[in-house]
Design a protein around this ligand. Sequence first.
Ligand code: NAD
Length: 487
Amino acid sequence: MMNDTRFSGYADPSLHAHGLWIGGRWLGGAGIPVTDPATGQTIAEVPDAGFAEATMAVDAAAAAAEGWRSTPPRQRSEILRRWFELMREHAEELALLISLENGKALADARGEVAYAAEFFRWYSEEASRVAGEFRTTPSGTHRILVDHEPIGIALLITPWNFPAAMATRKIGPALAAGCTVILKPASETPLTAYAMARLGAEAGVPDGVVNVLTTARPGPFTAAILADPRVRKLSFTGSTGVGRTLLAEAAKTVVSCSMELGGNAPFLVFDDADLEATLDAAMIAKMRNAGEACTAANRFYVQSGIHDAFVEGLTARMRAMKVGPGYEAATECGPMITVQAVDKIDRLVSEAVTQGAKATTGGTRPGNDGYYYPPTVLRDVPLGMSIGREEIFGPVAAVYRFETEAEAIALANNTEYGLAAYVFSRDLVRAMRVGKGIDTGMIGINRGLMSDPAAPFGGTKQSGLGREGGVTGILEFMEPKYYAVEF
Ligand code: NAD
């Protein structure tokens, strides 16, 4: 496959496996194999950074900090704009690279590159729009002036499921705000991050403003960086478990934290929903990235009157999906990221089926190479199963039946997570009322896709702290400074 002519330039894994990106230079090394999940074969090896490299990265980010924060916002904006344009120019190659190391279908990878690039465009526009505040005190004795300053060096930690978008969603606002950064991508998908670093350098990002390091020992590596008093921000996207560990670590030096953590999205379908449109949206909410998304619909609650038709329609659509290597043109559902991910899905499905759930399609783990699990629909899933509590993170739709609106809201809220929820009804007033009753940071109303760089993305409860994207996303990388002015 590597002889495929599409795999040249940025899509070539070997191009991005030459070293850590620190201070505008490649520092060689090895130690972390990168695997193609479609075959289980190693496609590249990237360096395993330790304490010494962590310190070098902080030094590089610190050396570049003053120059970058004093670079005019307009100039920072133009560099981000150029980076956006380069991502679009190389979109097809980046999509192939993502598909290769992550496994996702090319259509999903193309969608990710477009989405990822938009964060650079959006924050190139926001860089010069940060507004302060000016007011008279209630006592009338003096004035309050509030300015926003870059918070300082930021450590960015990203997951494997959106290797480009989770990086740009952090780098975009950080650079727009005037911060220098150290990005630690997931070990499963480091090649996209290194490819992005190359494009950033080409776009004119000064040396040391963006540093990218991979490590096989993320705990000690992160602890070393957070212990350095020059580092003032941690922006993390990943699982709730690791998020909790990092919050405790960051507490030692009282580092500001933004946390984008796990989800357990409910998908509510009322009797009056438009069935076909709801099924289309259900496929997007469930099957984008083969279900490996934090916003993925994890629990389908369907009202009795539409339940059977919904299950039938969803089953037909899921059964028709073409499963295969992500980088093959016909593929709609690629492999999972690792064999452990397949083990988890298999455990959740087996437990539910043992307790009475019925698979209307899929439900059996295939015996072939690669980390595959078939698109699956489970109906009559009993309440209280692990499949309703844990993130499935795979192509499995668990369907439950409900009768009343109050019951649906209670079921939706019965989770420690609060990232996303979906509501389907032709009655918009009802849909909004139900949305108001659900405790999540994001609600899709008659829509299966909510990610948008112009919107504040994030969760309540144990799904996280802070918001990425939108107008407020840049403030996660800034500190307000209040001047009390005597006049
Ligand atoms: P993960 O928590 O295992 O890993 C995320 C990142 O943290 C990786 O870079 C990993 O190397 C690093 N890491 C792991 N242990 C660490 C430690 N002890 N110290 C420091 N860093 C550590 O998550 P994952 O499996 O890569 O990604 C899937 C998870 O991410 C799911 O829970 C998903 O819901 C969540 N996610 C959330 C969002 C969101 O915006 N809320 C977006 C995408 C993914």
